[in-house]
Structures are given as C-alpha cells and as structure tokens.
Design a protein around this ligand. Structure first.
Ligand code: MRU
Length: 355
C-alpha cells in the first residue's frame, strides 16, 4: 500500500508535456499512473473520475490546458487565443458541479486573455500558473488541516463521507487533512469512512489512503452512519465539498446531507472543509448549483458480477446533494473556520483576501 501523503495525486510529468495522474478508477487494487497529453484523454480522465475530487479536478484542468496549449500550432496570437478558448470550453464540459474546474480554467483563461507578446512566452506563463495552482493546493489543504486539528481531541471518533482525501487534492486532502496532521502529532483518532454508494469513493479511496497512513479506520455502509453516531462513537464529522453558495449551502457527494441530518439529531458538530477555490461567490444559494446526473449502470450493474436490479427499472442517480447551511456547524477554509451567518463571513474573506 502506498502512503498518499508522500505521493502527489496530480502533477506535470517530468518534461512538463503531459498531465500525470493516479488512475483512481483502478484503486484500491492497482496503483497505475497515467500520462495524458491529448484533449480527449484529459476530458475523459475528469469525466470518468480517473481524477476526481473538486481540488484535484481543478489542478488537473489547469495542468491539462497548459499541456494542451503547448500543442497549439497557431503562431498568430489571436488564433492561438481562439484555440485556447475552444479547449477551455471543452474541458469545462467534462463535469458540471465542482466549481474548482471553472475556477482553475478561468485563472488560466485570464492569463491568456491579458497577454500581449510572443506565443512561447504565453505558454511559459500558463505552465507557471498551473504550477502555482498546484502548489497553492498543497498549502491550502495543509492550512485547512491546521484549523481542523484544533477541533480534534485525543481518541476522538471522526466520520467522513466520500473521499475528500489526498486523492481528491494534490496532497493532504481537505476533510482528511486534520486527520493526517493529528497522525503527525501522534494523536490517536478513530475514523469512520462511509463507503459512499454508488461509486464507493469511501471504500476504495478514503479507507485505502487512511489505512495506508496508519490511521485507525473503520469502513461502514452509508446507511450505518446514524447507527455509529447513536452508538456514541462519533465526536465530529468532517466532509469536503464541490461548491459552496454565499448562504453557506454546501454541495457534496450524494449522501452528505443525510450525514448532516443524522449529526444534527445526535448533536454532533458537522464541519465542511472548503478551500476558497470551492466557494462560488456568484451564487446566493445551493439551489443555483447544477447537480451532475450519472449513468443508471453505476447503481444497477457496476461492482457486481451480475446485474443487481430488474432489467429496465427506472433509476435516479444524482452524483451530489445539497446540505442546507443550517445543518452546518462551521466551514473550514484556508483562512480559518467560519460560522453563521455565512454570507457575512464569506464576504469578509473575499474582501480581506482579494478573491
Ligand atoms: O464525484 P467525486 O468523486 O468527484 O466527488 C467528490 C466529492 O464529493 C468530494 O467530497 C469533494 O469533491 C471534495 S474533495 C476535497
């Protein structure tokens, strides 16, 4: 098993001419690295969750478009920019919910838009910006970890949903960052990882990476979180998110809102770990978030030897859900933990840090 703390999920390859990722669809059984240098395979990797998790998607898109820019043949700057914008739009269509995808591509887009000069100089700036986005992600996750760690005590039970781990970022994760930092400090905690139907990110990824890091981890099915909370085994919940609205509504992997409801019922603090790249300052509430719908087969067939539902059954398969702001105890960002009223707190962060 590989300790992902020492292993970057997303990067350039050595020659900076390909996007290098861990193929997360192969985990936990096989650790396979992919080097991708054409637009279809980069789009595919994001769409089919070879690279997934909001921050990792953003970093992959930034590195992806930097790599693809190197391949644009046009020397004329106007034509180069047109081709860049076409690729940007194409990558944006790979997944709709995680705002980090759009945030990272917009950052790359602004570099291109504002540039005047030689194509090669622009490409260099794009590579530098992608490296910056990647490095920032590591720093931001570590900061979230430091703030989250302040909420943990020795022998705490921590529940998490989906994978907001190292594999969902470049390193550390968001929801897992406090867990990794606790481990670094020699603090004992117990983690309950929801398996996360239908794509099993909790079982395949979170359980795998925490276990590999030597953190006491218990895998549970999604429908068991209320039971472990009622048993008194959980002291705090940390989850990640794909998009946070101004009012504090948080969109995360399907099932997160049920965990929040159970936490409220059991009076357990429920924290959303959100780098500011995941905050969408342009939307007032979670109702404005586009929730990705995925294929029926993820529920009826995937992971099974045989079909596990009647042929032709109607299926509803949204990939994410909304946790209403009033169920969230606090949001942990790289600039500190914020509490309700979220709009005021988020606007303050935006102004103070020029976001
Ligand atoms: O569909 P996925 O696997 O990309 O969904 C991932 C999640 O829901 C994560 O919790 C979220 O992106 C935060 S990752 C730090």
């Amino acid at each position: 098993m590989v300790d992902f703390k020492h292993f970057d999920t997303v990067d350039f390859n050595k020659d900076e001419d390909a996007l290098r990722i861990i193929d997360q669809t192969k985990l936990p059984n096989k650790l396979e690295m992919l080097e991708l240098d054409d637009e279809e395979s980069i789009w595919d990797a994001i769409h089919y969750l070879k690279v997934r998790g909001a921050p990792a998607i953003g970093v992959a898109a930034a590195i992806g478009i930097a790599v693809l820019s190197k391949k644009i043949k046009e020397d004329d700057l106007i034509k180069f920019k047109e081709e860049f914008n076409r690729i940007k739009k194409y990558l944006e269509s790979s997944r709709p919910t995680a705002v980090n995808l759009f945030w990272a591509l917009d950052r790359m887009g602004r570099i291109t838009e504002n540039f005047e000069g030689q194509k090669d100089d622009l490409i260099k700036l794009l590579v530098d910006e992608a490296i910056k986005i990647r490095e920032e992600d590591i720093e931001v996750c570590r900061k979230i970890g430091e703030y989250g760690l302040k909420l943990l005590k020795e022998n705490y039970g921590v529940l998490t949903h989906c994978n907001a781990g190292s594999l969902a970022t470049v390193k550390y994760g968001t929801a897992t960052a406090p867990m990794y930092l606790a481990k670094e400090k020699g603090m004992d905690i117990r983690v309950y990882a929801d398996e996360t139907r239908p794509l099993l990110q909790g079982a395949r990824l979170t359980a795998y990476e925490l276990n590999a890091a030597g953190i006491d981890t218990t895998l549970i099915c999604d429908n068991m979180s209320q039971t472990v909370m009622r048993n008194g085994w959980v002291d705090i919940v940390f989850v990640g998110c794909d998009r946070v609205a101004l009012n504090g509504d948080a969109c995360n992997k399907i099932g997160t809102s049920m965990v929040a409801l159970a936490a409220k019922r059991n009076k357990i603090p429920f924290y959303v770990c959100a780098p500011t790249s995941t905050i969408d300052f342009s939307i007032e509430s979670g109702d404005d978030i586009v929730i990705e719908k995925r294929k029926d087969e993820e529920i009826t067939d995937m992971w099974y030897k045989e079909k596990m539902a009647p042929e032709g059954i109607k299926v509803y398969n949204p990939a994410f859900d909304l946790t209403d702001a009033d169920l969230i105890t606090g949001i942990i960002t790289e600039y500190g933990i914020i509490y309700p009223p979220y709009k005021e707190a988020l606007m303050k962060i935006k102004e103070e840090h020029n976001l």
